[in-house]
Ligand binder design. Structure first.
Ligand code: PLP
Length: 457
């Protein structure tokens, strides 16, 4: 049994990420106790399928003994090594080499961080340095996309375009700009793929014109916008944006923090999109959440420009925990598991998940089903014709999450009534079917919510 004192200690001392502090104090914490495969157990013994892989990160699933062994071995042998003073550790060097070999095109240079936010932050530092090194310091404006998420650091949160990350925080900064999302279900250009691509291309071109081409440093895009509600661009969208950036002499940064490491099928979504970005950020699935780590991939020309620009001077960017050997050892073993069958299983499970979720399309509350691989969303509406979102009075994020939890399923319920799915790649067919079935139960219960009924009536 969970002792009340743990809840009290949490309430009094632990500040939770992206939470209503007062709301959390009222509700109290739910403590997760153990996990294996795709199943997590809370401190009361309640078991659930983790349909969100933690925070879209435990791609390899829980309880992978070989990862535990790799981390333990490294902890015993060498728990820490700095990359400063010209030092390094074997797992970090090997992981960088393995990743470079598999990354698209000439993304041959890997800078390790502690997670996704500082990976994005690092790209901003590197890009400023790059533009200075090539003699174009005036190229210092950054463009990203509405509904995009690029982390929670002060600078990255400004590239992020979700209201909760801006309000009260003094961001975005005056050099951070946005263009509209491709959001197919609600795109003013309609849902024709070519029209959506053309609208995004025109929006970026216009924004660059407005700011001045000689002032724009970089454009950031997620291959699929995750935290904005799993917004999947039409095929060819990434390529069109990448080509435009090349034409306009703007660096193209692909933020693969969610989409990397099998989430959408291949190791990197950019490969499927058939593009090579100038820089790429990853985290989450890189270590499958077993240890904190992110990575910035730099193409040859970005790396060489920075290196040549600095000459014998140190490029002044680094962390105490850059390229941490224990995280790197975990990353190497996780990569081995992905290629030893998890990517294949994830592709099959992803196809089953998509067709299962599509079978919910005739439910009265389901407006849209979208996704790629093991990354999917179901968007709920109270009126399919008008695409009217669930009313705030129905508290979609809390009530739907709670219903799913009680039904033995963890999913992400966004505040606007979008349900996010990102199960571990190790899911069995039975687990995928259970995710779909428990979602259906959750939708049926949501249909009975008096606040939802009132909005329908
Ligand atoms: N970029 C993207 C696309 C993300 O989805 C996230 C986190 O969800 C981040 C960056 C930030 O990563 P982290 O939470 O590891 O700092």
């Amino acid at each position: 049994m969970l002792s009340n004192s743990l809840i009290e200690l949490d309430r009094a001392h632990l500040v939770h990420p992206v939470a209503s502090y007062r709301g959390h104090e009222r509700a109290g914490v739910r403590v997760l106790k153990s996990a294996t495969g795709a199943t997590v157990t809370d401190a009361t013994g309640h078991q659930m399928i983790d349909g969100f892989a933690g925070l879209w990160c435990v791609n390899a699933g829980y309880g992978q003994e070989s990862i535990v062994e790799a981390a333990t071995r490294q902890l015993r042998e060498l728990p820490y090594a700095t990359g400063y003073f010209g030092l390094g550790s074997e797992p970090a060097i090997r992981l960088a080499a393995e990743l470079a070999e598999r990354a698209p095109g000439d993304l041959n240079h890997v800078y390790f961080t502690l997670g996704g936010s500082d990976a994005v932050d690092s790209t901003i530092r590197f890009i400023h340095y790059y533009q200075n090194a090539r003699g174009m310091p005036g190229k210092n404006q950054f463009i990203s996309i509405e509904q995009g998420y690029h982390g929670s650091s002060t600078v990255g949160a400004g590239l992020t375009a979700l209201p909760a990350f801006h309000a009260g925080f003094g961001v975005p900064l005056n050099w951070q700009h946005k263009i509209p999302s491709h959001y197919a279900y609600r795109n003013p250009a309609g849902n024709d793929p070519q029209a959506i691509i053309a609208a995004s291309v025109a929006a970026l071109r216009n924004k660059v014109e407005e700011l001045g081409q000689d002032r724009v440093a970089a454009f950031y895009a997620e291959p699929i916008q995750g935290s904005g509600g799993v917004l999947v661009p039409p095929p060819g969208w990434m390529k069109a944006m990448r080509d435009l950036c090349r034409e306009l002499d703007i660096l193209f940064v692909a933020d693969e923090v969610i989409t990397g490491f099998g989430r959408t099928g291949p190791l990197f979504a950019c490969s499927e999109d058939d593009i090579v970005p100038d820089l790429m950020t990853t985290a989450k699935g890189l270590t499958s959440g077993y240890a904190p780590m992110g990575a910035v991939f730099m193409s040859d020309h970005v790396y060489d420009t920075i290196a040549d620009g600095a000459g014998e001077t140190a490029v002044g960017h680094g962390y105490t925990y850059s390229a941490h050997p224990v995280s790197a050892a975990v990353g190497l073993e996780v990569l081995r598991l992905y290629e030893g069958g998890l990517l294949d299983n994830g592709r099959k499970a992803g196809a089953r998940l998509m067709s299962g979720l599509e079978s919910l399309a005739d439910h009265p509350l389901v407006g849209d089903v979208r996704g790629r691989g093991m990354l999917a969303a179901v968007e709920l509406v109270v009126d399919k014709q008008c695409k009217t979102p669930l009313p705030p009075a129905a508290h979609p994020s809390r009530r739907i999450f709670d219903r799913a939890w009680d039904n033995g399923l963890i999913i992400r319920a966004f505040g606007n009534g979008v349900l996010g799915f990102a199960p571990p790649l190790c899911c069995t067919e039975a687990e995928i079917d259970a995710i779909v079935e428990r979602t259906r139960m959750t939708l049926d219960q949501t249909l009975e919510d008096p606040d939802v009924r009132a909005a329908i009536a």
